[in-house]
Design a protein around this ligand. Sequence first.
Ligand code: G3H
Ligand code: 13P
Ligand code: ZN
Length: 307
Amino acid sequence: MIVTTAQLFKHAYGKYAVGAYNINNAEQAMGLFKGAMDSKAPFIIQISKGARSYTDKRMLEAIIRAADEIFPDAIFAVHLDHGDEQTCYDCIDSGFFSSVMIDASHDPFEENVAITKRVVDRAHAKGISVEAELGMLGGVEEDIVVEDGHATLTNPKEAQEFIKQTGCDSLACAIGTSHGAFKFKGKQSLHFDVLEKIKALVPGFPLVMHGSSSVPQDEVARINAAGGTIAGSMGVNVDEYLPAAKLGVTKINIDTDGRLVWTRVHREFFRDKPSEFDFRPPGKIFIVEYAKFIASRNVLLGSAGQL
Ligand code: G3H
Ligand code: 13P
Ligand code: ZN
C-alpha cells in the first residue's frame, strides 16, 4: 500500500530510520519488495529523474503498481529523488507519487526557500509530502557535480528558518556524506555535532541523510577480483545509522550499495560462465542477493520488524 513519507516518519521519528532505496527496473523492484517483506519493514522507493527516463516513466509506475499487487502487505512511499521544480510538478500531477524532493540546494538561500515553498503549496494541496535540501553534499547528484572543496554542511540556524519559511515536511541535511562510492578520504564519520544542533532547534522534525551507502569492502573486493577496478572507495559506517536515527534522521538514502550488488553478481556470473548469454540466470541471482541486502540494511536501520 502506498502511503506518504510523512506517515512513515510519524511512526519512525527518534526510534528508527526508514530505508529509502533507488530503483530503475523490475529486478530491483522485486528484490526491494522481497527484502522488505522478509524483514517486515516499511520502506521508501526513490525514483530519480534518470530512473524515470531510463526506459519510460510509465514503465516504472507499472512495475511498482504490479509489485504492490504481488506483495499486498508492503507499506511504502513512492518518492521523487532530487527533483527540480518542473519534475516535482509532473510527479505531483501524476497521481502516483506520494512524496517529492525539491532539491534547490545549489541555489542561494532565498531562492531555495521560494522554489521549495511553491512546490510545498502545490504538493500539500494534493496531500503529497515534500522533502527539501539545505547545505551541499559532495559528489554527483543527477547532472550536478559538487567538488569536495565546495561541499558545505547544513547551518542549523538556517535549517530552522528554512523549515519555518517553507513548510516542508522533511529536510535533507549535509552532515559529511556524499553520493557515490568515494565518500571519505580520511576519517569515516558523520557530523553528529551538526545533527544535535539541528535537532535541538527543530525537535520532532524529520531529517534526511543522503549519500548513506556503506560501500561494503568485501563487495568491492569481489567486484575487483572479477575484473572491476574500483579503487579507494569508502562509505558510511553502518554502526552510525541508528545513532543518527535517534538524533532525528528518519530517512536514510541508499543507492550505490545496490549498484555494487548488481555489479558483483553480474561480473562473477559472466566470469564463471563465459559462454553464457542469457541474462535471466544472473538476474534471478541478483533479485535474491538484493533482497538479502535490503533485509540486512533494514535490520541496521531499525525498520525491520516495524510492520
Ligand atoms: O543521488 C542520486 C541517486 O543515487 C540517483 O542516481 O541520478 O544516477 O539515478 P541517478
Ligand atoms: P548513495 O550514493 O550513498 O547510495 O546515496 C544515494 C542518495 O542519496 C540518493 O538520493
Ligand atoms: Zn541524494
